[in-house]
Design a protein around this ligand. Structure first.
Ligand code: OAD
Length: 273
């Protein structure tokens, strides 16, 4: 865990910042019950990215191992549908009362907005946003609708024809309708980044004077380049992660503990658990 002088140093950087970008990855939502990708219990351990992280891999899995695809879809939708913001999301939202904050997230779970953050760039898209094959916005799903879908998906995994059941269940999110193919606006391997979020995020990372990176392994590009771009323009960098860190200050530990402590230390704003 962090020592008090490291926390004081981070709090000073936050208190004196003008424009903050909070850059988040799967670790910020771990305490909301959503698995990360690369930790020991990570998502890619159970579902190897070669088979599940691209549209091509998913189609092949659907054809050859339909039950596995049903399990994968449930593993993605289930935890996100059931999740609620944790203390880290709430602390990030609370920072806005004292400083200008933009959240740039690789997550597709909608938890920053639900916690109250007002400017959120979802650079890998959102599981709640449904778009046409050409990427045109069609509609938003609610978490409640997703939860309903997750319950049905749980049963589809056990069905005689798991692929047929899964496809029928996810039709509001992915399928073919009167207007052609529709799908969730999520970025898989090989896809372009989600726009306009990505262009805006790049601009904001170049302009900020402090970046706080939370729960990112920093191995997926081009997102991994954002902290480097911010630093190249003179921004300070705080990293929050129990396992690895860098930048000017590393606060080791879980985001749900560190972020409320940081906000309290910087602004005297006591966060409730
Ligand atoms: P990873 O799973 O690669 O990394 C999660 C990071 O969170 C690790 O550094 C963990 O140490 C840290 N972590 C775990 N628990 C934490 C906690 N309670 N508090 C703070 N940190 C914690 O996830 P990402 O870096 O988000 O992209 O992965 C990036 C991209 O890889 C994802 O957006 C996804 C994936 O493939 C696509 O699918 C395009």
């Amino acid at each position: 865990m962090y020592d008090p002088s490291t926390m004081a140093q981070a709090a000073r950087l936050l208190r004196t910042a003008r424009e903050v970008v909070v850059f988040t990855g799967a670790g910020v939502s771990a305490e909301s019950g959503i698995p990360t990708f690369r930790d020991d219990q990570g998502f890619w351990r159970e579902f190897p990215p070669e088979q599940f992280a691209s549209w091509r891999g998913l189609v092949q899995t659907a054809l050859w191992r339909p039950r596995r695809l049903a399990e994968f879809v449930y593993a993605v939708v289930g935890p996100i549908a059931a999740a609620q913001p944790n203390a880290a999301h709430r602390a990030i939202a609370a920072m806005e009362q004292d400083v200008a904050v933009t959240v740039v997230t690789q997550n597709i779970d909608g938890l920053h907005q639900q916690a109250g953050s007002t400017i959120v760039r979802e650079i890998h898209g959102s599981l709640f946003e449904v778009v046409s094959q050409q990427g045109k916005f069609l509609h938003l799903l609610s978490r409640r609708e997703l939860l309903h879908m997750a319950k049905k998906l749980n049963r589809a995994r056990e069905a005689w024809f798991p692929l047929a059941h899964t496809l029928a269940t996810v039709r509001p999110l992915l399928g073919v309708g009167r207007r052609g193919i529709h799908r969730p606006k999520i970025v898989l391997f090989g896809d372009a980044m989600a726009e306009p979020a990505w262009s805006l995020a790049q601009e904001e990372c170049r302009q900020c004077d402090l970046m706080i990176q939370v729960g990112c392994s920093g191995v997926v590009w081009p997102a991994a380049g954002l902290p480097l771009e911010a630093q190249a323009q003179g921004a300070k960098l705080i990293t929050i992660d129990p396992h690895e860190g860098g930048g000017d200050v590393w606060l080791p530990g879980p985001a749900g503990v560190i972020l409320p402590a940081l906000v309290e230390s910087a602004f005297g704003r006591r966060m409730e658990g």
